[in-house]
Design a protein around this ligand. Structure first.
Ligand SMILES: [Fe+2]
Length: 271
């Protein structure tokens, strides 16, 4: 039986995977003797090491005859939380999401995730530090706040300055739920009518305006959409849960004759 504990990691430059982290973690847990609240800290490493660790779906460690399994948290050199911990209320959100993603169908999962996001945001159980809420001048910001080591889903905060919007895009076949954390957003969904190579034709259909605490989902193949900040004078913020890591998607750029040209877009996380 696995015992779940919070694990706070600082990554070793030579981190190679499960086995090495397990041996170091076990030693420090025994030294500190803090039981389920224990943190173990490896030496600081580079971005490549962090990415390697974040790809791990399960991290478990052996302490004597006990096997412990924990949620990965990444810390920087001074102990400041990076990426996975800039979301206050993360423990409650993450435990709710961990339960939601264990349902059998994508429809059930996204319904559960929608309920979870709406409830926790509306009740003020989730908050972002102000430094994570600042918009960028030239595009909307994507800030990673959690990546599940066990279930593979990601939680990303998106910060939309006045007038900022996405092009028409898909989600690379990955389900997504977005909840409004601040302000108001407009989501416009499109039906795919036909395609010829890299040329696509769409029909705009539903347009939804979502307000604080409201959530919506996108389930492939019905995933073509735009998102925009509805507010002309204020920042809006959305929290997105993706069924997996999405580092690229397809965008569809309008042409003059009603067709759209497909382009591959690499997605990045902003600091
Ligand atoms: Fe999207």
């Amino acid at each position: 039986m696995l015992e779940c504990v919070p694990l706070i990691l600082r990554i070793n430059r030579t981190f190679a995977g499960h086995g090495q982290a397990a041996s170091v973690g076990a030693r420090l847990l025994e030294d500190f003797g803090n039981g389920p609240q224990a943190a173990f800290i490896l030496n600081d490493g580079g971005a490549a090491d962090k990415r390697q660790l974040l790809k791990s779906r399960v991290l478990s460690i052996n302490v004597g005859s006990r096997q412990l399994r924990g949620m990965i948290r990444i810390t920087g050199k001074e102990g400041k939380m990076m990426n996975a911990c800039c979301l206050a209320g993360a423990e409650r959100l993450v435990s709710s999401l961990d339960q939601a993603v264990q349902y059998d169908s994508v429809q059930e999962i996204t319904n559960q995730v929608k309920d979870c996001l709406s409830r926790l945001i509306s009740q003020g159980e989730v908050s972002l530090p102000e430094e994570a809420c600042r918009p960028l001048a030239d595009c909307y910001a994507r800030r990673l706040v959690h990546r599940s080591p066990d279930w593979g889903y990601e939680v990303i905060a998106m910060i939309w300055g006045p007038g900022q919007r996405t092009p028409l895009h898909d989600h690379a076949g990955i389900w997504c739920v977005e909840g409004v954390f601040r302000g108001e957003i407009e989501v416009c969904q499109y039906d795919l009518l036909e395609s010829r190579g890299d040329l696509f034709r769409f029909k705009p259909c539903d347009v939804a305006h979502a307000h604080l605490g409201e959530s919506g989902s996108l389930i492939p193949p019905y995933e073509y959409h735009t998102i925009a900040n509805s507010l002309a004078d204020r920042t809006s913020i959305t929290i997105h849960v993706y069924g997996g890591g999405m580092d690229q998607c397809q965008t569809f750029m309008p042409m003059q004759d009603g067709w759209f040209r497909r382009e591959q877009k690499r997605l990045q996380y902003h600091s």
